[in-house]
Design a binder for this molecule. Structure first.
Ligand code: ZN
Ligand code: ZN
Length: 278
């Protein structure tokens, strides 16, 4: 059990997107394990067929709001979305924020078009997430001609554009691009890579955006580090960027998988660790 004052999680999925459990099952598990706050952040609806984003947005908002009310004496539930920022496809978060009267937003990049092109559907997008690295390799080769630096640059620049345009409450897994790299195309200490990553984190600092410390790669056995990596977290200390630990839970038991993140942040004396969002 982590040594912490409060158990909270603001990066939570459910069966409304690609999670394994209903919102109520997630809440019941959280309450049973002493959580004081739980934020839902389903994958934002996207305008093309895919396996992971919300299709019934109104139903999602209605159900989380109903649970918020029903459980108000036991746990602070909030309604959010994990926005998928995609240039030419989903650039402006405000219509969905207004439609759902959202309490907060996570801004994430999973899908990358070639800069300057207008994507029509998933075929025009480099999918950098998901369980299989073969798909990452395929998209990199097909859309970026295998040029990893061009692909990585597009990823970080897309995040920068997202932060500037939408100022999400939380920046989601800012270096997830490294997951399926599996140390093959680049090493994370290469200066060109580190420069791009730090540019995004400096921008988060400038815009006063919380950065999550996402533990999912570790407990899914897909990546040996948090997103952002320990190396980047150490660099973030200079700006005192507020961080919040996220399990990116897709099933109830994921909520407990903080993977030593609180202990790590305490050990390096990280100055701004949040448990709840402002
Ligand atoms: Zn994500
Ligand atoms: Zn997520």
């Amino acid at each position: 059990m982590p040594a912490l004052q409060q158990m909270t999680n603001y990066h939570t999925h459910s069966t409304y997107c690609d999670g394994k459990a209903s919102p109520r099952e997630m809440v019941d598990f959280a309450v049973a394990h002493g959580f004081t706050a739980l934020g839902f952040s389903g994958h934002s609806p996207l305008p093309f067929e895919n396996t992971y984003s919300i299709t019934d947005y109104d139903g999602y908002c209605r159900e989380v709001r109903a649970l918020q009310k029903e459980y108000q004496d036991r746990i602070a539930i909030s309604l959010g979305l994990e926005f998928d920022y995609v240039p030419g496809m989903l650039e402006d978060f405000s219509p969905l924020i207004e439609q759902g009267h959202l309490d907060y937003t996570i801004g994430s990049v999973h899908l990358i078009p070639v800069p300057g092109t207008t994507p029509r559907d998933g075929n025009d997008l480099w999918m950098i997430d998901g369980p299989h690295y073969e798909r990452y390799d395929e998209g990199l080769n097909r859309l970026f001609g295998g040029d990893i630096r061009a692909g990585v640059r597009a990823y970080f620049h897309q995040q920068n554009a997202m932060l500037e345009r939408n100022r999400p409450t939380i920046l989601g897994h800012p270096d997830k691009i490294a997951m399926h790299n599996r140390s093959r195309y680049f090493k994370e200490d290469e200066p060109w890579y580190e420069e791009l990553a730090l540019e995004t984190l400096a921008l988060a600092h400038e815009l006063d955006i919380i950065v999550e410390v996402n533990t999912r790669g570790i407990y899914k056995g897909r990546h040996p580090d948090y997103y952002p990596s320990r190396r980047l977290i150490k660099a973030m200390q200079q700006w005192r960027i507020p961080v919040i630990v996220s399990t990116d839970a897709h099933a109830p038991e994921d909520l407990l998988r903080t993977e030593g993140a609180y202990e790590y942040l305490a050990a390096i004396h990280y100055p701004e660790v949040l448990y709840t969002i402002r």
